[in-house]
Write a protein that binds this ligand. Structure first.
Ligand SMILES: C[S@@+](CC[C@H](N)C(=O)[O-])C[C@H]1O[C@@H](n2cnc3c(N)ncnc32)[C@H](O)[C@@H]1O
Length: 373
């Protein structure tokens, strides 16, 4: 199959699975050739004991073109600087940029509810594929896209220019927005954020929409769509679907550094163990209660311990099973596990509502996420 046939097949698939819902976005998806944004190649994940091993697939490889039209995220940068052409063999570091899976890109563009005249700010240009879809739909003069990484921004700019698209591609920290092209009618982020930056609210017209994935250091996240109000606040629901993105670079967690002495602290029995954190929604709820906590699992003294640790405050909690009973030991200014238990208690009392029942509110005092019943 050639790229036009592969694209047609992908568009059919995205229409059938409900990602593409409107004629206008279908036509944009039919127009934009994704492979043109992946000429530098991508990294394929290698299954095996080292779960984060990646190997390059270059545009000269036989399976490259077909892979560009699979409904999959394709990693294009690793560890902040490494591109597919830099690697022979394997690399074992974390991805820092990708071309997001087309079904998610198009679902988000549909959820953005653009109007033909919308002025849009995108944060996280990456390969430029989603930027190109916005340009195809709205015209490049209505699109501004911010990318943190200069190399990625210039590659995206080149790929867009090959399609005769010349949106404003800005290299900057997208969390600051881009006042020069404001006010915006829509803001869309294709990287995760912990809190919605006030700059985005300030730079959006009242009635405008912000679509972003609210994420955190316990690796649970959800897409939110906020409406900006005339008083400088914004609010709106989580949309559901367990949407996940790599965190915006300034929102990534701090290095753990030296671990505290986990033998210290106060011990008590608790009703639940760390295995509850395997569940996406539970983890999101816990993340709301302990937004600065990071999680690690350690083996010691013949048992597994789930550790929550807040580097900034020095608070930590570790939970393990002993003779069939769950034991928590915690230390520091905040009793982290107490906070987690209280939050989970409230969520259970409300009947464990799904994340679609939560709403996000941002005011000058900060961000709150509440269950709306
Ligand atoms: C999942 S990729 C974006 C996918 C892209 N929209 C596409 O279609 O290819 C996330 C991107 O966000 C960028 N990024 C991370 N933090 C950022 C920030 N603070 N400001 C702007 N871009 C950021 C990363 O460098 C990465 O390229």
């Amino acid at each position: 199959m050639d790229h036009a046939q592969l694209r047609e097949r992908l568009v059919e698939k995205l229409t059938a699975n409900g990602s593409l819902r409107t004629r206008a976005w279908r036509s944009a998806a039919e127009t934009v050739p994704r492979h043109e944004f992946l000429h530098g190649g991508f990294f394929r994940h290698l299954q095996g004991p080292a779960s984060d091993a990646w190997t390059p697939v270059l545009d000269s490889d036989a399976d490259w073109l077909e892979a560009c039209y699979q409904d999959e995220s394709l990693v294009t940068q690793i560890a902040g600087t490494i591109l597919p052409t830099d690697v022979r063999g394997q690399i074992m570091r974390a991805p820092t940029s990708s071309s997001t899976m087309p079904s998610l890109v198009l679902r988000m563009l549909e959820d953005l509810h653009v109007e033909p005249e919308s002025n849009v700010l995108e944060i996280g240009t990456g390969s430029g594929y989603s930027t190109a879809l916005l340009c195809a739909r709205l015209g490049d003069e209505r699109v501004t896209s911010i990318e943190y990484d200069d190399t990625l921004a210039s590659r995206a700019r080149t790929a867009l220019a090959r399609q005769s698209m010349f949106p404003a591609i800005v290299t900057a920290n997208g969390l600051d927005g881009h006042p020069e092209s404001a006010p915006y009618d829509r803001v869309i982020a294709t990287c995760g954020i912990r809190t919605v930056p006030t700059a985005w609210i300030e730079q959006t017209r009242p009635g405008g929409l912000i679509l972003a994935t609210i994420s955190g250091w316990l690796n649970s996240s959800e897409l939110a769509r906020l409406t900006v109000h005339g008083d400088g606040t914004a609010s709106g629901p989580l949309l559901g679907g367990q949407v996940s993105f790599m965190l915006a670079r300034p929102h990534t967690p701090p290095a753990l550094g030296l671990l505290p002495d986990l033998n210290e602290g106060t011990e008590r029995e608790t009703l639940t163990g760390g295995e509850i954190l395997a569940d996406w929604t539970t983890r999101f709820v816990v993340q709301l209660a302990a937004p600065h906590a990071q999680r690690l699992t350690i083996e010691r003294d013949g048992h597994t311990e789930d550790v929550l640790i807040d580097i900034a405050s020095g608070s930590w909690a570790t939970v393990h099973k002993n003779d069939g009973r769950w034991i928590v030991r915690q230390s520091g200014p905040e009793a982290l596990w107490d906070t987690v238990e209280e939050q989970l208690g409230r969520w259970h009392a409300a009947g464990t509502p799904p994340l679609e029942k939560f709403t996000v509110t941002v005011t000058p005092d900060g961000q709150t996420i509440h269950c709306i019943g």
